[in-house]
Design a protein around this ligand. Structure first.
Ligand SMILES: *Cc1c(COP(=O)(O)O)cnc(C)c1O
Length: 339
């Protein structure tokens, strides 16, 4: 059996999603003449109660366009040190927006309200200007940790009281919402901008959306074009996104539950030192003794199971649309008998 626990980006379109893609009506989206892209953007904006949305090839692009639109050169962005915008986007905010980051050390990727006031810099000519707070829900490197809307509201109020704008990297926001039962509109009402990924657990092959006020999205559209993100008959991809928003949100609860099963079964195994709290579809654990992640993963690979190292003795398992209960059973059997 082959089990791919590397990432929820590993999902492939289902037959029904492919059918929706083949049937898409398309046009040239650079001229805003692709009806399916327009429908995806309008649908998402409406669900979040936000004015407008922009379809982009990746979550890196939606996050970075948000940073570009919220800041000016020599500003700084406040974010938790495990955040995707800092860890996994190549530091491109320095190139695209000429800004620096001010890192806050939180707990499993989450910061607490008191930390914001401490991090914000006073206004002196020799200091960067603290301009934007970026939160991440769920936090990938934090092990899929969830901010509740109440936690987020306190942080946003704290940031706004110091005139910061707020962006949410919601690449996996829906993995959180199926647990908390909160609505996208509650989150849309709180943040200036939100980015969501269609290509993670939602199962679309490509695509992310930036949501925000019309004026900001218009500027983001121009920046998207000049950095090469203007796509033509993108409706084929947007159709996958629309299908995902209609059919693949509720099922994220299954992915979360499967990651929870992995976490529970891993904890008592002799070669596992500890398992991080697993709230959604990401399970991070630490190996015991001198068992190295590289060797452990090689053993698993020999049994058809793929996952990624997250440190010398740290491993991440991620569940998604392509992982079934049978695959979890097989993985647990392999862990118990073959490691
Ligand atoms: C995957 C991810 C993104 C976007 O990544 P791309 O590969 O550029 O689409 C952004 N934020 C988080 C938290 C992610 O996990």
């Amino acid at each position: 059996m082959q089990v791919n626990l590397t990432s929820d980006t590993a999902t492939k379109p289902t037959a029904a999603m492919l059918k929706a893609m083949f049937a898409a009506e398309v046009g040239d989206d650079v001229f805003r003449q692709d009806p399916t892209v327009n429908l995806l953007e309008a649908t998402a904006a409406e669900r979040f109660g936000m004015e407008a949305a922009l379809f982009c090839p990746s979550g890196t692009m939606t996050n970075q366009l948000a940073i570009k639109c919220h800041t000016q050169a020599l500003d700084e962005v406040l974010t938790e040190e495990k955040s995707h915008i800092y860890q996994y986007e190549g530091g491109v905010y320095s190139m695209l927006s000429s800004v620096s980051v001010n890192l806050i050390r939180g707990e499993r990727g989450k910061i607490s309200p008191g930390q914001i006031a401490t991090a914000i810099k006073p206004r002196y000519d020799w200091l960067p200007i603290s301009r934007l707070l970026v939160l991440e829900n769920t936090c990938n490197k934090g092990g899929g940790s969830i901010y509740t809307i109440d936690e987020a509201r306190t942080l946003v109020q704290e940031a706004r009281s110091s005139k910061l704008t707020v962006h949410l990297d919601g690449a996996r926001l829906f993995n959180a919402l199926v647990e908390t039962k909160e609505s996208p509109a509650e989150w849309g009402g709180l943040f200036d901008t939100i980015s969501i990924c269609l290509s993670k657990g939602l199962g679309a092959p490509i695509g992310s959306l930036l949501l925000g006020p019309q004026e900001l999205i218009d500027r983001a559209r121009r920046y998207r074009k000049v950095i090469g993100g203007g796509m033509r008959q993108a409706g084929y991809l947007a159709a996958a996104g629309l299908y995902a928003l209609d059919h693949h949100i509720d099922r994220l609860a299954e992915d979360n539950a499967r990651a929870g099963r992995l976490a529970e079964a891993l904890a008592p195994l002799p070669f596992v030192a500890s398992v991080e709290k697993t709230e959604t579809n990401i399970c991070i654990f630490h190996l015991a003794g001198d068992l190295m992640a590289a060797d452990f993963l090689e053993t698993l690979a020999g049994h058809g199971i793929q996952a990624v190292p997250f440190g010398p003795q740290m491993v991440r398992f991620t569940t998604h649309l392509g992982v079934t209960d049978e695959m979890i059973d097989y993985t647990l059997n392999t862990l118990r008998n073959a490691v």
